[in-house]
Design a protein around this ligand. Structure first.
Ligand code: DGL
Length: 259
């Protein structure tokens, strides 16, 4: 079982930002990544549709004998992880916007959150926001259109820059000092965001925390791969291979799979 792969899925290519963190921390682990790009974005879909898609991805990973699944998608985590945990007998690691560290460290008492509609309107998000950020100002912004642009390979386009400028405006006006990225596609935007934001604003995401949690849970269940062999990282997409290859810096192969 320890040589079995860690399964990772996202609505598309964004979860590769989480794969990067997991692979850097646990280079020994085999991984299977599913990019459900044909169904991206998940954000505007309702809870039931997001749950059905998450079940489909989970079952494919389980058919490939995965020992643990990382739900590398804030939208799928906030809408579907409790269902997955209740119905499947393996550990699931999820990702949620890093509101807590931002709320604990803000000096201006204002933080910004950029996430999908599905994440911002989820019960899990409201609960976390209330618990950790009840006394500060949260400027929420749905990142409409961002995932679509990344999925179509237009990460560094003028359209993206204009969209981000528009989304950041109310946050800058509210004097935020932390911007929380609540979607696994968004870490790829960091160079553009840093260009657009005032220098004192810190941009944070939860990728490294997800990797640390993956290690903790694997260790807890005695599932860490202790054999020193070259690990295998497999990537499958039902969308455009070249977009994923480029985000991965052409370091890995990507296969098309109709799922
Ligand atoms: N990467 C997904 C997330 O973290 C993107 C959501 C979407 O497909 O809308 O939320």
């Amino acid at each position: 079982m320890c040589k079995a792969s860690i399964g990772i899925f996202d609505s598309g290519v964004g979860g590769t930002s989480i794969f990067n963190e997991v692979h850097a921390l646990l280079p020994n682990e085999n991984t299977i990544y599913l990019a459900d790009s044909v169904n991206a974005p998940y954000g505007p879909k309702g809870k039931d549709a997001i749950t059905s898609l998450s079940i489909k991805n989970t079952e494919l990973l389980l058919n490939n004998n995965c020992k643990l699944i990382v739900v590398a998608c804030n939208t799928a985590t906030t809408n579907a992880i409790s269902y997955l945990r209740a119905h499947y007998d393996i550990p699931f690691i999820g990702i949620e916007p890093a509101i807590k560290p931002a709320a604990l460290n803000t000096k201006t008492q204002a933080i910004g959150i950029l996430a999908t509609k599905g994440t911002l309107s989820s019960q899990l998000f409201s609960k976390t926001a209330m618990l950790f950020a009840g006394n500060i100002k949260i400027v929420e912004q749905v990142g409409e259109g961002i995932v679509e642009l990344i999925e179509s390979g237009e990460l560094f386009s003028n359209e993206m820059k204009a969209l981000l400028k528009h989304y950041l405006k109310p946050m800058i006006k509210a004097n935020i000092d932390y911007l929380v990225l609540g979607c696994t596609h968004y870490p790829y935007l960091i160079p553009i965001l840093l260009e657009l934001l005032p220098k004192h604003v810190k941009v944070i995401d939860s990728g490294a925390a997800v990797a640390r949690q993956t290690e903790i849970v694997l260790s807890k269940y005695n599932l860490l791969n202790t054999e020193i062999t070259k690990s295998k990282a497999q990537f499958f997409t039902n969308g455009r291979k070249e977009v994923m290859l480029s985000l991965l810096g052409n370091r890995f192969d990507v296969e098309y799979l109709n799922f």
